[in-house]
Design a protein around this ligand. Sequence first.
Ligand code: S3P
Length: 178
Amino acid sequence: MKVFLIGYMGSGKSSIGKRLAARMGYAFLDTDKEIEKEYGGSVREMFEREGEAYFRNKERELLERLGSLDGDFVIATGGGMPCQPGNVETMNAAGLTIYLKMGPEKLASRLAGGRDKRPIIRGLSDDELLDFIARSLEQREPFYGKAAMVLECDAAGDEYVCAQAEQCVGWAAKQNAR
Ligand code: S3P
């Protein structure tokens, strides 16, 4: 089965994803890392040199390739990947989508130190960051909300979220076996 972890930047998709994959013996994939490998540069460089639309096309192409992969994978997706038309539907058709839901305050505190490598929030002050996250989260919520499962992560530690995600995968596997 393919498990797509979706959610805003800083919500823990990569750390939870790695932990979940190790626990379940699934392979782990990070869409940003895959795109960077293929490009031979960072996401930030890609945004700067080629523009955001180019990056979003690369995300779409990668998602189509992932859909036809065989085997068990946990896939940590870039925060904007499910928010492009059709993408979250493609993920829902290809596997189990889990939204790691976190509010703007917690996201802002988790993202404060990682602003530089993320082109979307690079250069924002602390106040601007919180404001930006609140606004863009509101726009993205309808896409994230299409996930098959939603895990509230504001007050939960990684271990707890991971255990809950594992239960979701177990449940989905049973549904698929029917
Ligand atoms: C983005 C999120 C980033 C990366 C790119 C754009 C976004 O991934 O794909 O910087 O639009 O939310 P993470 O969510 O892994 O930080």
